[in-house]
Design a protein. Sequence first.
Length: 468
Amino acid sequence: MNLESRKTLGIVITDGVGFRNFVLSTFLDKAAAGFEKVIIFSGLPYTAFPELDAAKFTIVALPVFTETKKNWFWRKLKEVAHLQKHKTNPGIADNYEMNKAKSWSPHGLLVRMVYAISSVFHSEKDILRYEKLQEQSFANDVVVSQYGQLLQQYQLDLLFFTHQRPPFIAALVFWAKKLQIPTASFIFSWDNLASKGRMAATFDHFLVWSDLMKNELLRFYSYTNPQAVSIVGTPQFEPYVLSQFDIPKAEFYKRFGLNPDEKILCYSCADATIGPNDPLVIATLAEGIRSGAIDSCQLLVRTSPAEDERRFAETKTKYPEIKWNHPKWELTREGHPEPWSQRVPTREDLSMLKAILKFCDLNVNMLSTMSLDFMLFEKPVVNTAFGNGVNGLYNDQRFLQYEHYDNVVQSGAVKIAKNAEELYTAVNAYLRNPNLDLENRRKLINMQVSKPLDETTQACVQALKNTL
């Protein structure tokens, strides 16, 4: 065995989406081939990993960390200072406004204090100083001490984080620095850098989707060494090229009671926090199909895996012709402070999602990553944004200004619908000519996802090996 392979890789899986990206892809098999030992530090319980080979992988369920007020204060100051520094960016400015205190409660007063301090002191040096104070606030925490013991026990050569934002990972980075273990993080989603707050900690190395994302990282985190950033694509789309996730077309149609002679329009929902207009858009589509304003087709709705279907009960009753796909994500543990993070996708659900992307003719969604999923199958996409801030609907049009989605709008890869008439026109245009805007969709995919899907996980592992 050569010296390069005699290394121990620690992988931090924080939640169900990290599980989907790095456990249900081929990443772990490639990691096991590239490293002598692979230790999975999991924010999910052991029971989430029944299929993993114990001879290749050691699973360490992390004790649940709960922030103290002091931890929270320095983290919040770091995050808001980052927003303050970059609030000329529309998405970050929106996030900055949304995080402001709405009340004068003790917690609200603390938030107001954070905003007051960060309005004056928000340079990159200030932000790193707040991060240092956040790290110092971990010093006597019992759970954080347990994290340190675990990292010492497994003698890691590299600690890889599959998500850069969950607050508790800052405590692991704190110990990795003390133990001189290099850290690397995957940038989790296409919108994270240009619209979300500060990442949880300062990492030594980064894995990103594309040149576009690398440039964003260097712009928002100016102390980052360009040589420490590797472009690897994203493993979340890899199942789309793996045969084990295939479902026969006939089985797909039978599962939902679909007519094989009719085209299928799929509406994919956001979660309730940003998709409160979903029921309205679904009803608008259903009415359009009923009235003939939309060319003859059938409607399939896929709800968000982050919630159950209760908010659609009225829609289901009113439009019994709609077919529904509720993602099969299993709750791995009760009573967690962030229950959504404990929901894990099943292989069955990934297969169903792939079938939806493959066999549906057109997607409609509210400015979602699902636009990219459908474009990978060369399917046309319509984005809805019905709310404008004055018409009484949730203002989803503001998301059109976000940098990551402005790239989509400018690309010409999608059609934007701000009302029912625009929605019907766009849907009919794509039903009649599925190849409309196809070249723009291909260009957008090349810009956003820079590696072929079948090369992504190997690129991730090679990038991690190259850091050592």
